[in-house]
Design a protein around this ligand. Structure first.
Ligand code: NAP
Length: 259
């Protein structure tokens, strides 16, 4: 049993859909005051309504995580409304699939902005509030793709997710000054709106290549994020946890057939 996070002010970027929505639901179920930050209002309001109708507390702040002014004003608004920021779940991300030969430089920059620059901006904007409170927590949503595996079409994505882990190590050292930890969850293939866009063939092939024989649920990531955000994880910083149903383990296709 983890120490309660009731009434903690938690920001979940990309909390309107997929993994972020799962993180928001898991934290709200524990009594946290959740702010969902995303660009689109409709999906975010749906997510907030689901949480609020279920007895939780959630509100929406519009934000583009790749834009400094947007992130700073979102974090400042949350701090004003909730009396601070206790936990930042920097989760928003995008994964367009384009091979290098066809990739326009602009697409590379866009993916870096949404996935990597956003991690830096989200942390930077929270520092004044962590400093004021004398404590804080950051949880990044990285990926197995990039740090551990490769997949055609995701060179930019993989670089951004590996980049998050490079950022993590120095950020953990710098944030220790504010008694703040930063860690990253590395999901495998999690059943989300974004993943569904890749098509049923992709989903079926992926599920078949995972030892636990299913795609992950968004709550699987939410629970790992909750642990990193807990009091019990106070001495863990600059670390990662892979949540992938064993997907990175098989050495070959034959290895899966042996199970
Ligand atoms: P998703 O279903 O496509 O949801 C993405 C979320 O991020 C949405 O809420 C979206 O809302 C928000 N978002 C995207 N660009 C944004 C921007 N510029 N500013 C603010 N919000 C933005 O994606 P997902 O599958 O849940 O993935 C979430 C995170 O998990 C990403 O970082 C992804 O790389 C990572 N991940 C996912 C998987 C997987 O299997 N699903 C595996 C490994 C890692 P708006 O579009 O309205 O802004």
């Amino acid at each position: 049993m983890l120490t309660s996070i009731k009434d903690k002010s938690v920001i979940v970027t990309g909390g309107s859909k997929g993994i972020g929505r799962g993180i928001a639901k898991v934290f709200a179920a524990q009594g946290a005051k959740v702010t969902i930050a995303a660009r689109g209002e409709q999906a975010a309001m749906d997510a907030c309504n689901e949480i609020n109708n279920g007895g939780g507390v959630a509100s929406f702040q519009q934000c583009d995580v790749s834009d400094w002014e947007s992130v700073k004003s979102m974090v400042d608004a949350v701090a004003k409304a909730q009396g601070g920021v206790d936990i930042m779940c920097a989760n928003a991300g995008a994964f367009p699939q384009t091979k290098i030969v066809d990739m326009e430089p602009d697409e590379w920059d866009q993916v870096m902005g949404t996935n990597l620059r956003s991690a830096f901006l989200s942390v930077k904007a929270c520092i004044p509030y962590f400093e004021k409170a004398g404590k804080g927590r950051v949880v990044l949503t990285s990926s197995i793709t990039g740090p551990v595996t490769g997949y055609p079409g995701w060179a930019h994505y993989g670089a951004s997710k590996s980049g998050q882990l490079g950022f993590l190590k120095t950020a953990a050292m710098e944030l220790s000054k504010y008694n703040t930890t930063i860690n990253a969850v590395m999901p495998g293939n999690i059943y989300t709106e974004g993943l569904q866009d890749l098509g049923q063939d992709y989903l079926d092939t992926m599920a078949a290549s995972i030892p636990l024989k299913r795609l992950g649920a968004v709550e699987d990531i939410g629970n790992a994020a909750l642990f990193f955000a807990s009091e019990e994880a106070a001495y863990i910083t600059g670390q990662t946890i892979i949540v992938d149903g064993g997907q990175i383990l098989p050495e070959s296709l034959e290895a899966m057939e042996e199970i």
